[in-house]
Design a protein around this ligand. Structure first.
Ligand code: FMN
Ligand code: 173
Length: 387
């Protein structure tokens, strides 16, 4: 690695020609720009969290509290950020996590994210609540690697249909989100009376689904969007699900299964006992249980409990390269990014998503070099102060 690396070099050399980066390179600052430029209700939906937003703040605070201790004369010239997940080599440990209703950020929504992800060799996790049908997103992601996130609906036949369609469209790993069967108390959206799906946004996978269409008794054209949105609200989540329901997933998914929203070591053990392949330690970015533990604070106990049996992934608060290092040092094998790329999309479409991912990966590699960390997948808590 020379003094300047990759995207960093590109940005400085563009600057010599008077060309500045499309968006801020500090992904925390991106939120401030998004607040100024995006439609206020749509911005509020993405930025917001549950209740007093104390868990969202705790997520960031947990990163702030951990400190890396850089090591000198480590001779790191080419930091290695590659990982392997479920037997598949991945160029980096950063996945684009599931974010629903991305069309409130940009009309191309998930299609733009899919194109950006394919071009950058990063993996996208497509939400069930996408604004474009999963088959079209898969086409936009041709040549890329993609995972599918299930919001497990009421009605086994609809869940089965989603899983069948996702497999047919080439999604390989299933992420089942457990922490949002019921939308939380989110004051920003309540005060705006703004829920995109009730206006028919983010329900593309439902309205294109034969099982869903049959349930509402007719195909869904524009004219019927209101009916469809109400039908969506009736089937979206199923709070009655328990650990006993998990075998259904295995019967209908031919690939790795990851449970998202795990915060307790006992829940992680139950996931392993149920034959799952991984967990995402996550509190949904503080959007569900306000007052919940910071996701990073939950990570060490989960990793200690199941790190040898399951692939432990992490999200909720990743904004910088050192955040990725900290999460991996505490036991994550890879991380998911959410709000920053949604802002990138809202502010500059596909180019904005590319900018966000390239910035984070450049920051990660450079931070490894300046901290003397040669191989990210081998990092341990030893790199953190107090360990
Ligand atoms: C606008 C928005 C929509 C989201 N939609 C989904 C979703 O459809 N499925 C899901 O599992 N998680 C969803 N999440 C949660 C994210 O995947 C992630 O867990 C969370 O945002 C934490 O990451 P962050 O701090 O990088 O934003 C959503 C988050 C946001 C901000
Ligand atoms: O807003 C969210 O956090 C979320 O997960 C969601 C739920 C339903 C539809 C779209 C997004």
């Amino acid at each position: 690695m020379s003094v300047l690396a990759g995207y960093q070099r590109e940005i400085y050399f563009d600057g010599l020609r008077g060309v500045l980066p499309v968006l801020p390179t500090d992904l925390g600052a991106l939120e401030r720009v998004a607040a100024e430029r995006l439609e206020p209700r749509a911005f509020g939906y993405v930025a917001g969290a549950a209740g007093t937003e104390s868990t969202a703040r705790a997520n960031r605070d947990a990163f702030e509290r951990r400190r890396i201790v850089p090591r000198m004369l480590s001779g790191v010239t080419e930091p290695d950020i590659a990982v392997e997940l479920f037997g598949e080599p991945m160029a980096s440990p950063v996945l684009l996590g599931p974010v629903g209703v991305l069309t409130i950020m940009h009309p191309d929504g998930e299609l733009a994210v899919a194109r950006a992800a394919a071009g950058l060799a990063t993996t996208m996790v497509l939400s069930t609540a996408s604004g474009h049908p999963m088959e079209e997103v898969a086409e936009a992601n041709a040549g890329g690697r993609r995972w599918y996130q299930l919001y497990w609906p009421k009605g086994r036949d609809l869940a089965e249909s989603f899983l069948e369609r996702a497999l047919a469209a080439g999604y390989r790993t299933l992420v089942v989100t457990l922490d949002n069967h019921t939308l939380a108390w989110r004051p920003r959206d309540l005060d705006h009376s703004y829920l995109p799906f009730l206006r028919g946004v983010g329900i593309a996978n439902y309205v294109t689904d034969p099982v869903f269409q049959k349930a509402i008794g007719h195909p869904v054209g524009e004219h019927y969007l209101r009916d469809a949105a109400m039908a969506w609200a009736a089937v979206f989540g199923d709070p009655s699900l328990t650990w006993d329901d998990l075998p259904f997933l295995r019967r209908h998914w031919d690939g790795p299964i990851v449970l998202k929203g795990i915060l307790h070591a006992d829940d992680a053990r139950r996931a392993a006992d149920a034959g799952m392949d991984g967990v995402v330690v996550s509190n949904h970015g503080g959007r569900q249980a306000d007052g919940a533990i910071a996701a990073l604070d939950a990570l060490p106990a989960v990793a200690a409990a199941v790190g040898d049996r399951l692939t432990v992934l992490f999200d909720s608060g990743i904004r910088t390269g050192s955040d990725v290092i900290k999460a991996m040092a505490l036991g994550a094998r890879a991380v998911l990014l959410a709000r920053p790329y949604a802002y990138g999309l809202g502010l500059a479409g596909e180019a904005g998503v590319r900018h966000v991912v390239r910035s984070l990966l450049a920051d990660l590699s450079i931070t490894m070099t300046v901290c003397g960390i040669p191989v990210l997948r081998e990092v341990t808590a030893d790199v953190l102060a107090g360990s």
